[in-house]
Design a binder for this molecule. Sequence first.
Ligand SMILES: O=C(CO)[C@@H](O)[C@H](O)COP(=O)(O)O
Ligand SMILES: [Fe+2]
Length: 223
Amino acid sequence: MPEAKIAPSILAGDFANLEAECKRMMKCGSDWLHIDIMDGHFVPNLTIGAPVVTCIRGKLPKGESFFDCHMMVSDPERWVDDFAKAGGDLYCFHYEATTEHEALIDKIHAAGMRAGCAIKPKTPAAVVFDLVPKLDMVLVMTVEPGFGGQKFMKDCMPKVEELRSKFPDLDIEVDGGLSMDTIDIAADAGANVIVAGTGVFKAKDPKEAIAALRAAVNKRQLK
Ligand SMILES: O=C(CO)[C@@H](O)[C@H](O)COP(=O)(O)O
Ligand SMILES: [Fe+2]
């Protein structure tokens, strides 16, 4: 299993102080910053677009911080070049949002980003099997996408187990409701990239929370 990566979701941070919030998470030991892009169409919520990511990137140089862009958008092809220019490192589109998966992955790679594919709770893991050789990451959603602060859906874990047993070296991300109460279940299933919004930003000590999430994933790797 690849190494643990902890990716705080800045959706749970203070949007009026994004620079400070991102830097705070980096100081607290985060590996990646998870940036939730919602278009009010693919999901019933609106967040930010490439102009805001460009501004954050201006404050956090490329190479020093990794932007994991979770694209909850219809027509994901449309934003690839904008997010590459904005400084995105990984462009994770939703399987459900397109029919041209391979072409989209090629486009993301041609733009210089890693390519991820996310599946919603009701989408079976098998849809991505043939895409995995081209993908850098699969994201198994553990809530219905659209909002932070929802309850972790344990019934998505068989999909993580299925993916991990078929693809031992794949980065498998889980997103939604991850905290110290749920991390062991996700880590045992085989997830190694952990998104946590509420679980980190609202923790008494975010640094401790990030370290504890990482320790839980690493403990599973030793089993
Ligand atoms: O993509 C999403 C929600 O759609 C997530 O990234 C959430 O923002 C994670 O927040 P918590 O569930 O950890 O509070
Ligand atoms: Fe997300």
